[in-house]
Every structure is written in structure tokens, then in C-alpha cells.
Design a binder for this molecule. Structure first.
Ligand code: PGA
Length: 233
């Protein structure tokens, strides 16, 4: 299975998200080999989930961009994994922006992985240097085996320049030794023009797309490139 994730980050109001969804439905051609995952803000999850029920788009699922490291309880402002159950199948944890701006530690992120697992949600663990080894050390073998990994080098995020292909393949190979059975995705300046060649890199099972996922037509082109990396988009 291959994966493409649209990470909208702190962007898109509910009205914009609904327009995006309607537009994406016109361009999207589901492929049984490609799981497409859209990660909007928490606020948009329930309305988009309802839309997905009405429009039943194949191979299209929702993800939360984050989850509380605590269970349900007296934790003001937090969204617990149990509250997401039924709305999403996936939860992104440890994105480099969470580590950088919200000062999340490897241990806190490991707690989020634990919470996601206990609610039956698949954790998409984002990793980068310098926390890579500390992050895996904070997780048990069973927890690691169950992950999807997103390699998102901070230096390549939000630009027009993905990381050098040889660096991506070297880090992906290293990640493969730490998480042998897990799908490994690359994220950092992926767009419709470079998606096919990024997917063609050894060991890359999918793409994490930020800025380029905000345009529904472009994101549909990324999905197509992932489905058929040999075709020009
Ligand atoms: P970008 O973000 O596509 O805007 O570089 C990617 C990411 O945050 O994973």
C-alpha cells in the first residue's frame, strides 16, 4: 500500500475545508493501491467526516494533526484519542512544528503514540534529526512495529526545495533499520511536479504534503503521481 497525506496545518476555515472537499471530489480518482489521508484542523473533522459518509469516497480517510498525551479527563484544551475514535483512522504525532513551536519532547510524543494506539488509531510518527534516536528509544518494540513513519526534515519543510534525494534515501534506509516493517513517508516541499520522483526513491512508501495539499487540484495530481509514478503529472 502507498500513502499520501494532506497536512493542512493551521490553515483552512470550515467553509474553505468544505469547498476544498467538494472540489477535490471532482479531481480525485481513487486507486486501490493508494490510501489518501486528509488531516484538517480538529474543528473540521466532524463536518468532513459527515461529508465523507454522504459521498463515500473510496480510499480516503481522515487524520487528526495531533492528540493529547493524556486520556480523557481534567486536561483543559486537550483532545483525547478516545474522542477521535470513529472520526479518524490516523493521528499525526511529533510533527517538527509541534517539536519546534510547542516544545514537545520525545517522551511526550511517545505518550501520544500510546494514547492513539489505545484508542485503536494508527499513529503517523513524524521524525527528524536531532530527536530521531531519542524518539525511538522512548517507544517499545511493539509500539514501533505498529507505526507509520513520516520523515519530515525541518530544513525542507515549507519551501520549494525538497531535501536532496541521496539524503532522503540515506535517512529512510536508517529508519528502515529502526522500524523494519513500517511504511516510511517523506514530507518536505512535495508538490505535483516532484511527487513522482520522490515516490520513486528507494524505501519511500508515501508522501506527506503540506502547502501543495491546499489546492485540491494539485493534491489530486500528487495522488495520481503516487498511484502511477511512471506517468508524468
Ligand atoms: P510542506 O510541509 O509540504 O509545506 O513542505 C510538509 C510537512 O510539514 O510535512
Amino acid at each position: 500500500m502507498k500513502y499520501v497525506i494532506a497536512n493542512w496545518k493551521s490553515r483552512q476555515t470550515l467553509a474553505e475545508a468544505e469547498r476544498w472537499f467538494d472540489s477535490f471530489c471532482q479531481f480525485y480518482r481513487p486507486d486501490p493501491q493508494v490510501q489518501v489521508i486528509v488531516a484538517p484542523s480538529f474543528l473540521c473533522l466532524a463536518p468532513l467526516w459527515r461529508r465523507l459518509q454522504q459521498n463515500a469516497m473510496a480510499h480516503l480517510a481522515l487524520a487528526a494533526q495531533d492528540v493529547s498525551p493524556f486520556p480523557t479527563g481534567a486536561y483543559t484544551g486537550a483532545v483525547a484519542a478516545a474522542m477521535l475514535r470513529g472520526l479518524v483512522d490516523y493521528v499525526i504525532v511529533g510533527h517538527s512544528e509541534r517539536r519546534r513551536y510547542f516544545h514537545e519532547s520525545p517522551q511526550e510524543i511517545a505518550n501520544k503514540v500510546r494514547e492513539a494506539r489505545s484508542a485503536g488509531l494508527k499513529a503517523i510518527l513524524c521524525v527528524d534529526q536531532p530527536d530521531l534516536h531519542a524518539q525511538f528509544a522512548a517507544l517499545s518494540e511493539v509500539e514501533v512495529d505498529d507505526l507509520m513513519i513520516g520523515y519530515g526534515p525541518r530544513a525542507a519543510i515549507g519551501l520549494d526545495r525538497p531535501q536532496a534525494p541521496e539524503t532522503i534515501t540515506a535517512v529512510v534506509a536508517e529508519l528502515r533499520t529502526m522500524a523494519p516493517g513500517c511504511p516510511i513517508l517523506y514530507g518536505g516541499s512535495v508538490n505535483a511536479d516532484n511527487a513522482a520522483r520522490t515516490m520513486a526513491l528507494a524505501g519511500v512508501s508515501g508522501l506527506l504534503v503540506g502547502s501543495a495539499s491546499l489546492d485540491p487540484e494539485e493534491f489530486a495530481r500528487v495522488c495520481k503521481a503516487v498511484a502511477t509514478p511512471g506517468l508524468k503529472s
